[in-house]
Design a protein around this ligand. Structure first.
Ligand code: FAD
Length: 421
């Protein structure tokens, strides 16, 4: 078999697939190597199976959602941004639609269709060879220039070498390792002398320490709450409004994921953090206290449990019962002042401690990765090894939820596929 190619791409995820399309369109003989038995395992499950492809925010606002080094992304975004991505996919037969929050989804609402749109031109191209179930174990270099890769073909447990002067490392981060991205890509770069910024799970829920869920209260969503994360000395690190999901081992949901981007590095230090939920963010504490007093005295003959329904959805009542000392089964007129204060505190500042997230197994993205200082943003070529290019989450890039992460993968994949120095 001829083992010499123009370009080798390591990883058949979002960024690798688009790099491969661009390279083959340029007429390059391209090898796409994927370690899983199937390409695009993560892409197929994105957006809860619907794939939030990108976001239609203008560049200036979009970039604010893209981590601490947004300037790094300008060349990739200037070349291939949200409009270009939507057009690119529509040319491949995928129709898209814009939903709440400027988020773009396939009209079919199937992530699989995004994957199929990207893979079909590759399967049809005589210039592209795809090998699956094959893991790149080493990037080969001669002097200071890449020349190929060493792989293990898992089908036959055999080592093999493939050669090219251009290699795109598109092997992803560490989140959802069951989809194939388990940090191996970062290791390949490290072996070539690249600095790795310590990685942390990001866009991920928190485990809660002093939390007593109940059978009934597992996995339920509460909308329009305020969530704050503070240090134990009450210094506020994060605060926002939105929806949270209580699970049997902790809390997640859109604003918790957002919070995690701001606090994940702190969480992995020694001190715990406070997670504070305000179920009534629009009502002042004093006013709520009066409302509780009035309602309980007006409805004194009913059970506390029933009266509580005036303040919170029924799913929250077992959580209140399990995390306070309120006897919810007695008559409302028998509510002690102490219990009333506990209800107020539950509604306005339910506080848990957290020392860890749900980890990479349940994280949507990875913070950290190959240091951006060692990558030329205009070409995405390594400043350390000639011919080595980077695309996607393997780099120290991560963003908010809302389609930002996939746009980063697609834009950097496009740029890395296009450039030759
Ligand atoms: C559950 C979930 C839902 C998400 N939903 C969204 C969403 O709706 N919108 C959004 O913008 N972002 C979403 N994301 C984030 C988004 O999926 C990623 O940011 C994006 O997939 C990163 O693309 P990538 O190409 O860098 O990496 P990946 O898509 O992770 O692809 C990397 C590929 O490289 C392969 N690989 C790794 N090591 C090797 C090796 N040594 N040899 C060969 N192959 C290798 C892996 O198997 C993998 O297929 C979601 C993430 C998760 C986990």
């Amino acid at each position: 078999m001829n083992t010499k190619f123009d370009t080798i791409i390591i990883g058949g995820g979002a960024s690798g697939l688009i790099s491969a399309i661009v390279a083959t369109r340029k007429g390059e003989k391209t090898l796409l190597i994927e370690k899983m038995p199937q390409l695009g395992m993560k892409l197929r499950i994105t957006g809860k199976g619907r794939c939030n492809i990108t976001n239609t925010l203008p560049l200036k606002e979009f970039i604010l959602h893209c981590g601490s080094e947004p300037r790094f992304l300008y060349p990739a975004f200037n070349l291939f941004f949200n409009k270009e991505l939507i057009k690119f996919l529509e040319d491949l037969g995928l129709k898209t639609q814009v939903e709440r929050g400027n988020r773009v989804f396939p009209q079919s609402e199937r992530a699989l269709d995004v994957f199929l749109a990207l893979v079909s031109p590759l399967e049809a191209s005589s210039l592209c060879k795809i090998i699956k179930n094959t893991s790149v174990t080493r990037i080969l270099k001669e002097e200071n220039k890449v020349c190929g890769v060493e792989v293990i073909d898992k089908n036959i447990s055999k080592k093999q070498k493939y050669f090219a002067d251009k290699i795109i490392l598109a092997a992803g981060g560490e989140s959802y390792p069951q989809t194939g991205s388990n940090g191996g890509g970062v290791k390949l770069a490290q072996d070539l002398g690249h600095t790795i910024i310590k990685t942390y799970p990001s866009l991920v829920g928190f485990k809660l320490d002093n939390y007593n869920p109940s059978q009934e209260s597992n996995d339920f969503e509460i909308k329009n709450v305020s969530l704050s994360v503070t240090t134990l000395t009450r210094k506020k690190i994060f605060q926002d409004f939105g929806d949270v999901v209580f699970r049997n081992d902790g809390i997640d949901g859109p604003i918790v994921l957002k919070a995690s981007r701001n606090v994940t590095t702190l969480l992995h230090k020694d001190d715990p953090l406070n997670v504070v939920v305000d179920f009534k963010p629009k009502v002042e504490k004093k006013q709520l206290e009066e409302e509780i007093l009035q309602t309980f005295s007006l409805r004194g003959k009913e059970n506390i449990e029933d009266v509580l329904r005036a303040f919170i959805p029924k799913e929250l009542i077992p959580l209140l019962e399990n995390n306070t000392n309120v006897d919810i089964h007695k008559q409302a007129s028998l509510l002690f002042a102490r219990e009333r204060k506990e209800i107020l505190s539950f509604l306005k500042q339910l506080t848990f401690q957290t020392t860890s997230t749900f980890g990479f197994d349940r994280a949507i993205s990875t913070q950290g990765g190959v240091s951006l200082k060692e990558i030329n943003p205009k070409t995405l070529q390594s400043k350390i090894v000639k011919g080595l290019y980077f695309a996607g989450e393997v780099m120290d890039l991560d963003a908010d939820t809302g389609g930002f992460n996939l746009q980063i993968a697609f834009s950097t994949g496009y740029l890395a596929g296009l450039t030759n120095e």
